[in-house]
Design a protein around this ligand. Structure first.
Ligand code: HEC
Length: 212
């Protein structure tokens, strides 16, 4: 800068529109204008600082309002509570005998179970529950276990089957070739788990003979 008459100082920013004042420093030939920020910008900035303080005080100190996190935690625990109650109610009316004699012999329930099975389980347990997909000559083993071979890895009682579907493979289970089954209670209601259990039982008539 050759203009030495009044060497600009820091804070000596341009006062009028179009006035050019440069900051003293220079890096690699690059200089910087010294302009005052527009008031709308400054007050938005101060306003944001003030809002932060108000927000922090009301949400995190006095807890006058609930934060998003608190709202979600409350909603989630309400859902868990509702599901636990539903499961309790279902378990109260459900046992090995009712599953075999009532649920698996009720055509409506079994049909509901079949829909649930077709939607969620076919991919791993196969259309005929054998865990094998037949494509022409080729037999492709699927990831799940056969549900019609009479072998029940986690117990052969109807309620054992209900439990493994509801809660998934036990935590310490080895799984099948390392594959475990997920807990279906996150996607299905206890009633739906009971319905799909009834469908599986109905598909094993020799093993689970209903008593009249
Ligand atoms: C992503 C693949 C997959 C899907 C989808 C799946 N399963 Fe499974 N299932 C498995 C695997 C793997 C096992 C074996 C788990 C183990 O041994 O720990 C298994 C085991 C089971 C068992 C226990 C079998 C036994 O021998 O004790 C039942 C019952 C069962 N599944 C039912 C279902 C039902 C009902 C559904 C649908 C709601 C379903 N599965 C969906 C993979 C799947």
């Amino acid at each position: 800068m050759s203009d030495t008459s009044s060497e600009p100082k820091r804070g000596d920013f341009a006062k009028h529109k179009g006035e050019v004042i440069l900051r003293e420093h220079e890096y690699d030939g690059i200089q910087e204008y010294d302009q005052k920020l527009p008031n709308w910008w400054l007050f938005t900035f101060y306003g944001a600082i003030a809002w932060f303080a108000i927000y922090w005080f009301l949400y995190y100190q006095t807890h006058s309002f609930r934060s998003d996190r608190e709202i979600i935690v409350a909603e989630m625990s309400a859902i868990h509570e509702k599901k636990a109650k539903e499961l309790e109610a279902t378990l109260a009316s459900l046992n090995d005998q009712t599953l075999i004699n009532q649920w698996s012999t009720d055509a409506g329930i079994v049909a509901n179970g079949e829909v649930i099975y077709t939607t969620n389980c076919v991919a791993c347990h196969g259309a005929d529950l054998s865990a094998v997909m037949v494509a022409g000559e080729v037999k492709i083993p699927l990831p799940g276990r056969s549900l019609i071979d009479g072998v029940w890895e986690y117990g052969n009682k109807p309620m054992d089957i209900f439990k493994i579907i509801n809660a998934g493979s036990p935590v310490d289970a080895k799984g099948l070739n390392g594959a475990k089954m997920q807990a279906w209670n996150v996607m299905l209601t206890p009633k739906q788990v009971a319905e799909v259990t009834a469908y599986i039982i109905a598909k094993n008539p020799k093993e689970f003979a209903a008593q009249p």
